[in-house]
Design a binder for this molecule. Sequence first.
Ligand code: DX5
Ligand code: ZN
Length: 219
Amino acid sequence: MKTALVAPSILSANFSHLGDDIKQIQEAGADWLHFDVMDGHFVPNISFGLPVLKDIAHTHKLVNDVHIMISNPREYAAKFVEAGADYLTFHYEACQSDAEVFDIIDIIHKAGAKAGISVKLKTPISKIFPFLYSLDLVLIMSVEPGFGGQSFIRDSLGKILRLRNYLDENELKTLIEVDGGINETTALECKKMGAEVFVAGSYVFGAENIKEAIRSLKI
Ligand code: DX5
Ligand code: ZN
């Protein structure tokens, strides 16, 4: 199995010197940059949005992995791709119908980016099986979205495995990314279930040795 990709989440970075923090994780071997957009409605927290993405998206060589936790993804999807998203991931739970999900995937692809969908803990993974032929990535939440620094919830392990099996049975190359409470131990458990990309906020930006923290996730 390929070495996992590491996507540090800048939600845990220090915004007073964000550029330096991004440079540091790039030099420390990160692969992607995870960008958590929260609207204070879909999740009980407000983070950052288009102006910040526009300013940082082309200041580094990492893949811009944008995770939008917003209530109206269809309205903003193309704008986030224009601002610099390489992968744009929206939430299944923010959509009113399967037709809307397909629409948003189409908008993201037409704008020139890769499309991802995210599912919260309580959402059965089978809900997104109909979209897998059109998706480039599935982001499995292993915490309730809205905050960094939470503990990993083990129920997500079974979900990763079910998705892995479904993708392999159908010979699909959709990437599996996992988000929330990832550290050296929980990453290994997720890898065994078939995860390929690890988001890590507090574990990386809270580490004394960021290089060592990122290296420990490249499994
Ligand atoms: C939470 C976000 C996560 C979060 C991860 O809603 O989607 O990306 O920043 O932070 P840690 O790794 O600290 O759980
Ligand atoms: Zn995230």
